[in-house]
Design a binder for this molecule. Structure first.
Ligand code: XIL
Length: 302
């Protein structure tokens, strides 16, 4: 096939992009989105600060615009994200203890209920583990409500939208030897053993000189998959340019295709100028919307 989405579909997979609601009026952007991708992730519009800016007051207009754009064109939607230490509204940042636990669970329930039946996969919990060699949970107001906050969030999400795949999503979990990767692996194994609902692991996969694409990435994907969960590459971007960048994109695609339960890839933006990385050129299209060597390598590998 001649597009990323159609080629991925021939491989039984999706190829998605992070989308910003305020760019849906940009013709170049929308033309590429509609042509190339068959899955979208709202880049910020489903986060807690966006969907519950005041406690108990839910605002879905921007996220709904993305969901409606996508579903109206047959694209899947990844929901991102229900519970996270970052991009919390001020009222939640100031909460703790049982009140925060209840507010978090209510948020999960309300948002997942609003989108019930419309979300392919939810990033139920994002970035709950610490960086470095500890393998510990990240300290956060949510973590301080008790170590069981993650499973509580997953149970609430399952109850609210039984048809959505429920993912744990994180970064720097690409290198199989990394303590954080092993910590997430142990969480998923524990959930599967105890029957806590979890269907997928999202590897953000933001690759740059500080966290480069690891040679054992395929081992990481297959190891998670062997626990009985799908694996999704959820926020892919690769700093660099030219042939070097193209080769890394090719390697990532080949690794995913080599693992039956690696079910899809999402790039974190469309053009380089859409990237959250202020400087750098980590995506598949240049600022003018032209296909880069990384695009050609990705399409050829699919
Ligand atoms: C980023 C967005 O791309 C930015 O627009 C925003 O300012 C900050 O968040 N990990 C995640 C994403 O899970 O939600 C982050 O997205 C990038 C890192």
């Amino acid at each position: 096939a001649t597009t990323l989405g159609a080629s991925a579909a021939e491989r039984g997979r999706y190829f998605g992009a992070a989308v910003a609601a305020n760019k849906l009026s940009d013709n170049t952007y929308v033309t590429i989105l509609n042509r190339e991708f068959n899955s979208v992730t709202p880049e910020n519009e489903m986060k807690i600060d966006a969907t519950e800016p005041q406690q108990g007051v839910f605002t879905f207009a921007n996220a709904d615009r993305i969901v409606n754009h996508a579903r109206g064109r047959g694209m899947q939607v990844r929901g991102h994200t229900l519970a996270w230490h970052s991009q919390q509204p001020g009222w939640m940042q100031n909460m703790s203890g049982t009140a925060l636990r209840a507010a978090m669970l209510n948020h999960v329930t309300q948002v997942a209920t609003h989108y019930r039946g419309q979300i392919h996969s939810w990033d139920v919990v994002n970035e709950a583990f610490a960086d470095g060699s500890s393998g510990a949970r990240r300290d956060s107001n949510l973590q301080r409500t008790g170590n069981d906050w993650i499973e509580a969030a997953f149970r609430a999400a399952r109850a609210a939208d039984p048809g959505a795949k429920l993912c744990y999503n994180d970064y720097n979990t690409d290198d199989w030897t990394h303590a954080k990767t092993q910590a997430v692996y142990n969480l998923v194994r524990d959930f599967k053993t105890r029957g806590v609902p979890i269907d997928c692991v999202g590897l953000q996969s933001h690759f740059n000189p500080n966290s480069p694409y690891p040679g054992n990435y395929r081992t990481t994907l297959s190891s998670f998959a062997a626990l009985g969960v799908d694996v999704q590459i959820t926020e892919l971007d690769i700093e660099g340019s030219g042939t070097t960048q193209a080769n890394t994109y090719r390697n990532v695609v080949n690794d995913c295709l080599a693992v039956a339960r690696c079910t899809g890839i999402t790039v974190w933006g469309i053009r380089d100028t859409d990237s959250w990385r202020a400087s750098g050129t980590p995506l598949l299209f240049d600022g003018n919307g032209n296909k880069k060597p990384a695009y050609d390598a990705t399409l050829a590998a699919l």
